[in-house]
Design a protein around this ligand. Structure first.
Ligand SMILES: NC(=O)c1ccc[n+]([C@@H]2O[C@H](COP(=O)([O-])OP(=O)(O)OC[C@H]3O[C@@H](n4cnc5c(N)ncnc54)[C@H](OP(=O)(O)O)[C@@H]3O)[C@@H](O)[C@H]2O)c1
Length: 287
């Protein structure tokens, strides 16, 4: 008999995570702030957050940002949670994870910070990369669960490390996506069609998970959301805070950060972050 698991946050990622666990015979129940999504998920759900936490032993949160995590856990911390295990897979600030750990452990619960790398396409296939911080014994006990969701699971020790590395990874993701988009726009401007440029880039210096995942969307200017600009801008904001706190400079990141802020403010906040292509088109006089 597999563990019973609660999942809070049926967004693009949380829904796939819950479904993969249910398909692997975990006894899954879900809760979502917009309850309609829980009803439509086809998974067993509870009407309240509190109901889910009280019924399930292991609870995963997959929410939008640090503010959502703080709000949800402030309700959880009001409950009797001794002996329960919480796993937060949201991308948050390292400090958010550290504070949360302190508060949950004080209440006798266990906590793993476990942000993920990978797109919804990889989430769907159970091929995410999972970065885990927290108690090693708890991590070992949950390896079966993590192996359903990810192909690579890194145990990274102290709280805060996983979130820091996740944010570092997304600074690379942002710059890479921006550089690919820029190359495609510039090639188009000098008369080379998009499909040819993509084919060449994917056999050359542009070969990457980002291009592999996004090439169809870039080709068709399909900005339907897999990972929203809004969430990437949030990650870049958290990464900027780390830089400021440590008095560091990151020139490539600074440019990406501005470009994605521009993508956000130009009406693409809810679209996929590959809509950065539109900003690079505008900058180069393409409508
Ligand atoms: N999408 C990706 O490719 C990807 C990849 C790796 C990591 N991530 C990270 O994974 C996390 C989830 O991403 P996503 O794409 O699944 O996000 P999403 O589709 O925007 O879903 C966000 C979820 O958070 C819930 N939520 C937001 N604020 C809340 C609050 N105050 N109280 C309760 N619930 C709240 C939303 O509930 P409602 O339905 O009620 O709005 C929704 O279920 C983010 O931290 C993101 O940065 C995403």
């Amino acid at each position: 008999m597999q563990k019973n698991v609660g999942l809070i946050g049926l967004g693009n990622m949380g829904t796939l995570i819950a479904k993969n666990l249910a398909n692997a015979n975990f006894n899954v129940k879900v809760w979502n702030r917009t309850l309609q999504k829980a009803k439509e998920s086809g998974l067993p759900y509870t009407n309240t957050l509190e109901g889910l936490v009280l019924e399930q032993d292991t609870i995963i949160t997959m929410l939008s940002d640090a503010e959502a995590v703080e709000e949800v856990y402030s309700r959880i911390l009001e409950l009797t949670i001794e002996g329960k295990v919480f796993i937060d897979m949201t991308t948050v600030r390292p400090e958010t994870a550290k504070k949360l750990a302190e508060r949950l452990l004080k209440k006798g619960a266990s906590f793993l910070e476990a942000p993920v790398l990978g797109s919804v396409l990889l989430a769907e296939k159970g091929m995410l990369t999972i970065l885990v911080s927290g108690d090693e014994q708890t991590y070992k006990e949950l390896l079966g669960l993590f192996s359903v969701l990810g192909k690579e699971v890194f145990y990274l020790g102290d709280y805060g490390i996983s979130s820091s590395l996740k944010l570092i990874n997304n600074s690379v993701l942002a710059t890479f996506m921006g550089a690919l988009s820029e190359a495609i726009v510039l090639a188009e401007k000098i008369g080379i069609d998009r499909q040819t440029t993509i084919k060449v880039l994917e056999n050359g210096a542009g070969k990457s998970a980002v291009l592999e995942t996004k090439k169809g969307k870039i080709l068709n200017e399909d900005y339907s959301t897999q990972f929203s600009t809004k969430l990437l801008v949030k990650d870049l904001r958290y990464f900027s805070e780390i830089l400021d706190k440590n008095n560091l400079v990151s020139p490539y990141f600074s440019i990406s950060n501005d470009i994605y802020k521009g993508t956000y403010t130009n009406g693409y906040s809810e679209n996929d972050f590959c809509s950065v292509l539109e900003i690079l088109k505008k900058l180069n006089g393409i409508n």
